[in-house]
Design a protein around this ligand. Structure first.
Ligand SMILES: [Zn+2]
Length: 108
C-alpha cells in the first residue's frame, strides 16, 4: 500500500507537461493545504535522489505578474494589481539529466 506522498510522486512522473494544483487535488481527492504540504515534503525528499520536482510558478491572469517561490505555494492575490485571479502552479517530477548514472548510461 503506497502512501499518499508516494502516489503523488508517481502521478507527477506520468505526464510531460505536468499537473496543475487543481488537477492534482481532483485526482487525489485531497485538500489544497494538505497537498501543498505533500509537495513541499516531496521537494525536500527528492534533493537526495536523482529526481527533481519541477514547478511552473503561479502567475496573475490579469497582469502577468509571476511569483517566484522557493517552495510550493498557491498565493491568493497578486501583489502588483491585487487581482485574485491567479493561475495555479504546475508540477511534475523528472529524472535529473545531470545525474552521473544517467550520463554514463547515455554514453554506453
Ligand atoms: Zn496582477
Amino acid at each position: 500500500m503506497m502512501t499518499r506522498r508516494g502516489r503523488l510522486r508517481e502521478l507527477l512522473k506520468t505526464r510531460d507537461d505536468g499537473f496543475s494544483l487543481k488537477e492534482i487535488q481532483d485526482i487525489m481527492d485531497v485538500r489544497r493545504g494538505a497537498l501543498l504540504d505533500d509537495l513541499r515534503h516531496l521537494q525536500l525528499s527528492l534533493k537526495h535522489e536523482e529526481e527533481t520536482l519541477l514547478v511552473a510558478p503561479p502567475a496573475c491572469i490579469e497582469c502577468g505578474f509571476t511569483f517566484h517561490l522557493k517552495e510550493p505555494r498557491a498565493p491568493g492575490r497578486c501583489p502588483s494589481c491585487k487581482s485574485e485571479k491567479i493561475r495555479d502552479p504546475v508540477f511534475k517530477v523528472e529524472a535529473d539529466r545531470a545525474a552521473p548514472m544517467a550520463r554514463r548510461e547515455a554514453r554506453a
